[in-house]
Design a protein around this ligand. Structure first.
Ligand SMILES: *[C@@H]1O[C@H](CO)[C@@H](O)[C@H](O)[C@H]1NC(C)=O
Ligand SMILES: *[C@@H]1O[C@H](CO)[C@@H](O)[C@H](O)[C@H]1NC(C)=O
Ligand SMILES: *[C@@H]1O[C@H](CO)[C@@H](O)[C@H](O)[C@H]1NC(C)=O
Ligand SMILES: *[C@@H]1O[C@H](CO)[C@@H](O)[C@H](O)[C@H]1NC(C)=O
Length: 432
């Protein structure tokens, strides 16, 4: 070949050409690999975190996860698992030592406890650090209370109490909820039959100054509370990783001030609920429960209900750039089945059991997952109701009132959209 090239210039060209083409191709491939590697898509801003998993839509009850979501074995290097492991041993009736005052600090659940020892805590994201520093603390005083919401001596206990997680600055959301789906008082179901008593209450922490300075809205909040008397505020920083505290502290409040209510709706202040339809559903559950209680002559039987949009086998978010990042050094394993996405409904009797079992589960930064963990501890599977739409209706259906006919909850709607939708749904056309 070489000899032939020397002989003729044209032949030389023909011989070099494939070589040049190959090298160009090589350069092209290398450049495109380099570009792909160095390109990072702009970070997505997720307002509400929903850990991805399998949405359950085959049966009403979520199946248990494929693997145990927390191991009985000790997971090396995962802080939460280690703490929970110690707590589990402490409450294990077979292993339990019959000693008092001999608890290691990791078994301690109070503000007085020391911060758990972890070597590389400083390399963790700020949010996780803040969480770890206060994760033993679950008692915070009430700044604003509503001791009489359910009447003196609980004589006016509502059928449904709507506990909405809100923040000091979200006045507009609260007002829209008060004017629409969260009206307190007697509310008629969609079936037009009996009215039932509903009470709405907003769960707030202290304004979060970690994200920068903010105007002081304290006086405004006091005025709002004087007018509506529907605000509970606790003295902790209202950060995303502190939302679990609202569930715990609300259960505590419920037990003290409204134990005779029957159902709780717990949701965010940016969802839309068809309260009438929800009441119909709950009333049906209550009737069935009472029927069963009579037919089995079991007066002690309690109603255990927990429904929402259930997500199975979800994995923690391992993307360090996101706000909801859970490092592997903090938690290992899959999440238990949990109901995510803006709202769930459960019975007060189950809430009391959740409150009890929560004393044996370490706080977890993501509130929905924490509820799943507590349910799992009770051996209870959250139920799925197809009316809870975490991911909203298809885009083209959102403006069509008829599309909401079987919906109980949609996520997410801003205050103006709530008012518009509420008005539209008041006169749902007959042909729907
Ligand atoms: C669940 O529903 C989605 C759409 O809503 C569907 O794509 C998926 O196949 C369903 N899954 C099962 C297991 O039926
Ligand atoms: C544990 O100790 C207390 C007194 O210290 C005793 O009364 C109780 O019976 C013990 N329980 C068991 C299970 O040994
Ligand atoms: C939760 O609130 C407590 C008390 O205000 C605070 O010390 C802690 O930093 C907060 N946690 C987060 C993750 O911000
Ligand atoms: C139901 O139970 C009570 C005691 O728990 C008993 O006195 C009563 O006879 C029972 N009624 C029926 C219909 O079995």
């Amino acid at each position: 070949m070489g000899r032939c090239c020397k002989r003729n210039g044209r032949l030389l060209c023909m011989c070099l050409l494939p070589c040049m083409m190959t090298s160009h191709l090589l350069i092209y491939v290398m450049v495109s690999i380099f570009v792909t590697m160095s390109y990072t898509p702009p970070p997505k801003i997720i307002i509400h975190y929903i850990a991805p998993g399998i949405s359950v839509n085959t049966s009403t009850l979520a199946s248990h996860p494929l693997e145990p979501f927390w191991n009985l074995r000790l997971e090396d290097g995962a802080l939460w698992n280690q703490l929970q492991h110690a707590l589990d041993r402490l409450h294990n009736p077979i292993l339990r030592r019959n000693t008092t005052g001999d608890e290691s600090p990791t078994d301690c659940l109070s503000c007085k406890c020391s911060v758990p020892q972890i070597d590389d805590l400083n390399s963790m994201p700020e949010q996780i650090k803040a969480f770890v520093w206060s994760m033993h603390c679950r008692e915070y005083p009430l700044l604003i209370n509503q001791p009489d919401m359910c009447g003196r001596n609980n004589r006016d206990s509502p059928m449904l109490i709507m506990a909405i997680k809100s923040q000091v600055g979200n006045f507009e959301n609260r007002q829209a909820i008060r004017e629409t789906w969260g009206r307190s008082g007697l509310v008629r179901g969609e079936d037009g039959k009996k009215s039932r008593l509903v009470r709405t209450i907003f769960l707030l922490g202290r304004q979060d100054s970690s994200t920068g300075p903010h105007p002081d809205l304290k006086n405004l909040l006091d005025l709002e509370n004087q007018k509506y008397r529907d605000i509970l505020q606790w003295d902790f920083r209202d950060a995303f990783f502190n939302l679990t505290l609202k569930d715990l502290l609300f259960w505590h409040w419920l037990q003290q001030h409204c134990p005779n209510a029957i159902f709780v709706f717990k949701g965010d202040d940016d969802v839309f609920v068809r309260t009438g339809a929800l009441l119909d559903y709950l009333h049906k559950q209550w009737d069935e429960h009472n029927l069963l209680r009579v037919s089995t002559n079991d007066t002690e039987r309690t109603l255990d209900l927990f429904v929402g949009d259930v997500i199975n086998n979800a994995m923690p978010n391992r993307e360090p750039s996101t706000k909801y990042y859970i490092p592997e050094r903090f938690y290992k394993g899959v999440y238990p089945p949990y109901a995510g996405g803006g709202g769930v409904v459960y019975s007060v009797s189950l809430a009391m059991r959740l409150k009890e079992v929560s004393e044996r589960v370490h706080l977890f930064p993501i509130d929905d997952v924490y509820l799943g963990m507590c349910l799992h501890r009770l051996g209870f599977s959250p139920g799925r109701h197809p009316g809870f739409l975490t991911f909203d209706l298809p885009e083209m259906d959102r403006a069509n009132p008829c599309a909401y006919k079987s919906v109980l909850l949609v996520h997410r709607r801003d205050p103006k959209e709530m008012l518009t939708l509420w008005k539209q749904l008041q006169s749902l056309p007959r042909q729907c």
